[in-house]
Design a protein around this ligand. Sequence first.
Ligand code: SAM
Length: 214
Amino acid sequence: MRLRNITGSREVIAGSSYVVHEEQSCPGKWREIFGNDQPVHIEIGMGKGKFIHTMARLHPEINYVGIEKYSSVLLRAIQKMEEEELPNLKFIRMDAEEITQVFAPGEVDRIYLNFSDPWPKDRHAKRRLPSRQFLDRYHLILKAEGQLEFKTDNRELFDFAVEELAAAGWKARMITYDLHSDEVLMEGNVMTEYEEKFSAMGNPINKYIIYREQ
Ligand code: SAM
């Protein structure tokens, strides 16, 4: 999702109290940042933040951190927070490659990946957010009993993600190739912006929930 560069988005982000700016000093500090010891759930590549904002409203007992690479996109999530401020939601503008510099080992209880960019060329496979390289990074920050949930309508990317699990030492708790047809799995499902768009076009939504073998 590349919005055109929006003039002033960097300045808005720099001045926003919803955004955590001192990424390097974050590891081990998330309790302090939120002022409580609630579990921390993060969405990597949150886009305009519809999913994570809704999750934070529905689950005030969880702290949420939305991570987005582009200022122009993050700006939309900040605007949503200005309309409806939530104390249990923070944002970071960063490339997820640096994720281990922001969270201490075991500091994250759950990771969400939603409709991650597919990077279709083979030589870009390691840039895909469910790749084994990223799974290794997630392993470092996720609690032992934590889990990662991934949704996408892109079947090629999903098949790739499933194939990466064994190589990276992860296991699937649940896999579906048609989330929206499953009443049980749909309980509590919060649609992302892309999920609304692609399911309305008739695309089935794939989802897995995975955990790391100890
Ligand atoms: N999760 C949202 C949804 O489901 O509606 C947005 C999906 S959009 C296709 C993918 C988003 O991930 C884009 O906003 C993109 O900028 C962001 N993104 C891609 N690679 C990233 C990375 N390495 N670090 C942080 N964000 C990333």
